[in-house]
Write a protein that binds this ligand. Structure first.
Ligand SMILES: NC(=O)c1ccc[n+]([C@@H]2O[C@H](COP(=O)([O-])OP(=O)(O)OC[C@H]3O[C@@H](n4cnc5c(N)ncnc54)[C@H](O)[C@@H]3O)[C@@H](O)[C@H]2O)c1
Length: 283
């Protein structure tokens, strides 16, 4: 029986560790040829090395799969073009692109430096923009559709103390995903996002995962969502944000209340009227 992603080529950014590594292993196990991208930084974005990506490539090959490494950064267009080039030159194209690379530089808003803000926005939001655009252009030329899977976070969707830079980036990825899904549907390209919660080096000291074990909250719980969104099993699904936290799967949605409408002929709402109607507006 053919595997779910037989004949497909998948790129995973930041695949040298954590969730990206789990995505790469699972996509390869489902039959995809995988480009394992990682520039090998620490969790704050410092340092570089080829070891992380190379090691995951070896793991995939040892399990009988096909993979190639890319050590480029997702922050520059040259870097992202370089990732695509590995997919094209080694495997003949790209069908699935998972924007997963990320770093953290947590500080409360009042203590955040310009540098902390810019570096985090660069890797997550600019990296996801570049990956989405480069992948979509290649997929449009190939003419056989494609799948783009982005990575958001509850920090951007609901808010999380101490993560103004990261939350802004992850909320931006939500907006990018929604717009890209609308624009790329006509080319048969689906764009969805995963908002994971998993025990990795990025979260190992966060309060929200304190006490959890890898067995109950490891990256292996997130990867099947990437396989689902990469495969024909999710045909017709686009613009969605899949929350995965251990054994729990759900959707994040932007909420609009039913609201209150007043007769436009009576003029705009006054501030006092808004206060008086607040309970009904927010219900
Ligand atoms: N772990 C969680 O609970 C959680 C929650 C919400 C969102 N996320 C998101 O999931 C993704 C993966 O996170 P993780 O927990 O596996 O972290 P991780 O630190 O284990 O892995 C991130 C990987 O990205 C790589 N990377 C960093 N900058 C890069 C760049 N410029 N170019 C290429 N690669 C780069 C790193 O070298 C690292 O291997 C991130 O986008 C993160 O924001 C994670």
């Amino acid at each position: 029986m053919a595997k779910l992603l037989e004949g497909k080529v998948a790129v995973v950014t930041g695949a040298g560790a954590g969730i990206g590594r789990a995505h790469a292993l699972a996509l390869a196990a489902a039959g995809a040829k995988v480009v394992v991208n990682d520039l090998g930084s620490d969790r704050h974005g410092a340092g570089r090395g080829s070891q992380a990506a190379d090691e995951v490539v070896r793991e995939i090959q040892a399990a009988g799969g096909e993979a190639a490494a890319s050590h480029e950064t997702v922050v520059t267009r040259e870097g992202v073009d370089g990732i695509l080039w590995v997919a094209q030159s080694r495997f003949g194209g790209v069908d699935v692109w998972v924007n997963n690379a990320g770093i953290l530089r947590d500080r409360t808003l009042l203590n955040l430096t310009d540098e902390d803000f810019d570096r985090v926005l660069e890797v997550h939001l600019r990296g996801t923009f570049l990956g989405t655009q480069v992948a979509a252009r290649a997929m449009r030329v190939q003419g056989r559709g494609g799948r783009i899977v982005n990575t958001s976070s509850l920090s951007g969707l609901l808010g999380n103390f101490g993560q103004a830079n990261y939350g802004a980036a992850k909320a931006g990825i939500y907006g990018l995903t929604r717009v890209a899904a609308l624009e790329l549907e006509r080319f048969g390209i689906a764009v969805n996002a995963i908002a994971p919660l998993a025990l990795t080096r990025m979260t190992s000291d966060l309060e929200m995962v304190a006490g959890a074990s890898v067995d109950e909250l490891g990256p292996q719980f997130i990867a099947p969502a990437a396989v689902f969104l990469a495969s024909p099993l999710s045909d017709g699904i686009t613009g969605q944000v899949l929350g995965v936290q251990g054994g729990k799967i759900f959707l994040y949605r932007m909420e609009m209340t039913a609201g209150v409408e007043k007769d436009a002929a009576s003029g705009p709402w006054t501030a006092e009227e808004i206060q008086a109607a607040w309970e009904r507006i927010s219900a």
